[in-house]
Design a protein around this ligand. Structure first.
Ligand SMILES: *[C@@H]1O[C@H](CO)[C@@H](O)[C@H](O)[C@H]1NC(C)=O
Length: 362
């Protein structure tokens, strides 16, 4: 049985949305764009989905809950947007975008710097999720063996370099997203699977915890890396990389700043995380086949999307030195990190391992 609070969160999630002027329910993570905000969004060089819709169109209305679920699942790594083409101010923009029927959904693999792709699959949440997360342009060099690290480091010496040592089978979606966002900048990305920490040791570091990732930064021209000690989440890493690339910032200052950023719970993000978990709770209670598919999509297509504690897409947990020390804060952090009520103990973070995979992927 679902607890009332879970049920409520869940109902909010899947209830057929009212067709309001905004079309998408208030709590939906789908962000409405117009021709101006579209331009701004595209400047960020992110992979995103954009649905061109009209409020009167039945297929659009039926798509709303599915698209919203996908938006929730992909948050915050792959944004889902919508444009109301019925609005006078957007009509011209929609026709420029070649929209001839509703809904038209397009994937923009890298803002406006790569051509969009037309979404032509069935409009279910898991299809949206697969379609978007699998088409993030591959911009991260995979280093299968630790012996390949020095060659990659010296081969890209004229750039800053960011190397992820991950314990996970699949490259975290977060790292793919960052690699894509920063491709064509003076920052090169690589990833190496350091399953048990042996590579870390070979490189002179500690093995680290079972899921603990390491982000090593080789500043332009340097042979020796510095270790990034901030939070492994999208906004923190973006801020850090921007300041590294900016060039005006003192590099060691950027490292210090990242290291000092404590994990502060953002109530809005915590709420989103709870809803992300609600999809998984629903799965455990054995119903809602569409959610089962979606969960499968998350696990199989999502590059250990929900593997870790913290916010959606975060790699590993919260580094020890960034955890708040007092007990009250500690319990908040651990709630946020599981997103689960304390009474339920679903071992879902283990699901990816439990799923048999034919062979190791990096
Ligand atoms: C987006 O990528 C293009 C090259 O594809 C680059 O010229 C531009 O500066 C990038 N924008 C941002 C905000 O990084």
């Amino acid at each position: 049985m679902m607890l009332p609070a879970q049920l409520l969160a869940f109902t909010l999630l899947v209830a057929p949305s009212l067709v309001s002027a905004g079309m998408f329910p208030k709590d939906s993570l789908v962000k409405m764009l117009d021709h101006k905000t579209f331009k701004q969004a595209m400047k960020k060089n992110e992979t995103s989905l954009v649905a061109f819709v009209a409020p009167w169109c039945g297929h659009c209305q039926r798509m709303v809950p599915e698209y919203s679920k996908a938006a929730l699942g992909m948050h915050p790594l792959v944004p889902a947007y919508a444009v109301n083409c019925h609005a006078e101010k957007n009509k011209r923009f929609c026709s420029e975008q070649g929209v001839q029927g509703f809904p038209t959904v397009k994937l923009f693999p890298r803002g406006d710097s790569l051509p969009p792709m037309l979404y032509d699959a069935e409009r279910t949440s898991s299809n949206f999720f697969y379609f978007a997360t699998r088409r993030i342009p591959k911009a991260v060099t995979k280093l299968y063996n630790v012996n390949e690290v020095p060659g990659w480091v010296s081969g890209n010496k004229n750039k800053h370099r960011a190397l992820l040592l991950t314990k996970e089978k699949k490259m975290p979606l977060l790292w793919q997203v960052l690699g894509n966002k920063y491709s064509h900048t003076a920052l090169a990305f690589a990833s190496h699977r350091d399953k048990k920490g042996k590579s870390s040791i070979a490189m002179g570091y500690e093995a680290g915890g079972p899921k603990e990732p390491k982000v090593l930064i080789y500043p332009e021209g340097a042979d020796k890396p510095m270790i990034y000690q901030g939070l492994h989440k999208l906004d923190s890493l973006t801020k850090f990389f921007d300041s590294v690339l900016d060039g005006t910032a003192d590099l060691s200052e950027a490292f210090e700043k990242a290291k000092a950023e404590e994990f502060v719970e953002d109530p809005e993000e915590a709420e989103i995380l709870k809803k992300q978990e609600a999809q998984r709770i629903a799965l455990m209670h054995g119903g809602f086949t569409d959610l089962i598919d979606f969960e499968k999509a998350m696990l199989e297509g999502g590059a250990n999307y929900h593997d870790s504690a913290g916010y959606g897409g975060m790699m590993g947990g919260i580094p020890e030195h960034l955890k708040k020390k007092d007990a009250a804060a500690e319990s908040t952090v651990s709630m946020a990190s599981t997103g689960m009520p304390a009474t339920t103990t679903p071992p879902l973070t283990q699901a990816p391992e439990a799923t048999e995979r034919p062979k190791d992927e990096l």
